[in-house]
Design a protein around this ligand. Structure first.
Ligand code: NAI
Length: 249
């Protein structure tokens, strides 16, 4: 029997990049995976199709996770169909990088709304059903930028440090219901998000990473897989860096 057989997982922002890799990994582990997307249905559909083609189970769910009411509706829909949500992966995130001197109020607000409030929105509604079912896994994708400073990311690093703080408090509040809450702090990982970064900055990031390479989305998905099942049953409130060592130098 596969590790996550019979479990229902929701992965936010799963149409591409790290989220798509997480959705595929959890489906390969046996979970029924809800592939959340905000706007690109086609991309999310391709992820779900790949999962189904490989013998897994996947369904799509559209929702902008920055919006409290839409998030509530999405999670209630999943619960009405499946009766449970066992695993929530808060992966969706955005960047609006620029120096503080050039950062607009909007640049700050939209990043906080997606990366921090989005985690609150999904967790608030999913944790309610997890508490009733007496168990659940909340896994949030933070960032190395929430652990160390990164020029041009005042908004982003604040949002990701916030996710880590929220994770520790969630763990303290929800442990009595058998729910674990952990975060993963990826380093520089190959996705569309980092594709826009100049070659010069990429080379600099790689040179300052002890393992001298960028991460692959699958590296993050493997850590999520560990936090999603019983191998991690006694671990909660932790932040695992999956960053080639970037945060320790
Ligand atoms: P990506 O940009 O390739 O994918 C992010 C996905 O989230 C996209 O499909 C996007 O449509 C979705 N999304 C954004 N806002 C949303 C919203 N409001 N509602 C629903 N979906 C939304 O980015 P990537 O690289 O796959 O990042 C995934 C997560 O990992 C993000 O939280 C990011 O901050 C984090 N991360 C990425 C790193 C990297 O080097 N790629 C490093 C550290 C953290």
């Amino acid at each position: 029997m596969k590790r996550l057989e019979g479990k229902t997982a929701l992965v936010t922002g799963a149409g591409r990049g790290i989220g798509a890799a997480i959705a595929k990994k959890l489906a390969a582990d046996g979970a029924l995976v809800y592939v959340n997307y905000a706007a690109s249905k086609e991309a999310a559909n391709a992820v779900a199709k790949e999962i189904e083609d490989n013998g897994g189970k996947a369904l799509l769910c559209q929702c902008n996770i920055s919006d409290y009411d839409s998030t509530k509706e999405m999670i209630e829909n999943i619960i009405s169909k499946e009766g449970a949500i066992d695993i929530l992966v808060n992966n969706a995130g955005i960047t609006r990088d620029t120096l503080l001197s050039r950062m607009s109020e909007e640049d700050f607000d939209v990043v906080i709304a997606a990366n921090l409030k989005g985690v609150f929105n999904c967790t608030k509604h999913a944790a309610k059903v997890m508490a009733k079912q007496n168990g659940g896994r909340i896994i949030s994708i933070a960032s190395v930028a929430g652990l160390i400073g990164n020029i041009g990311q005042v908004n982003y690093s604040a949002s990701k440090a916030g996710v880590m703080g929220m994770t520790r408090t969630l763990a303290a509040e929800l442990g009595r219901y058998g729910i674990t809450a952990n975060a993963i702090a990826p380093g520089f990982t190959k996705t569309d998000m980092t594709d826009v970064v100049s070659d010069k900055i990429k080379e600099k990031m790689i040179a300052s990473t002890p393992l001298r390479t960028m991460g692959e989305p699958a590296d993050i998905a493997n850590a999520v897989s560990f936090f999603a099942d019983d191998r991690s049953r006694f671990i909660t409130g932790q932040v695992l860096s999956v960053d080639g060592g970037l945060s320790i130098v």
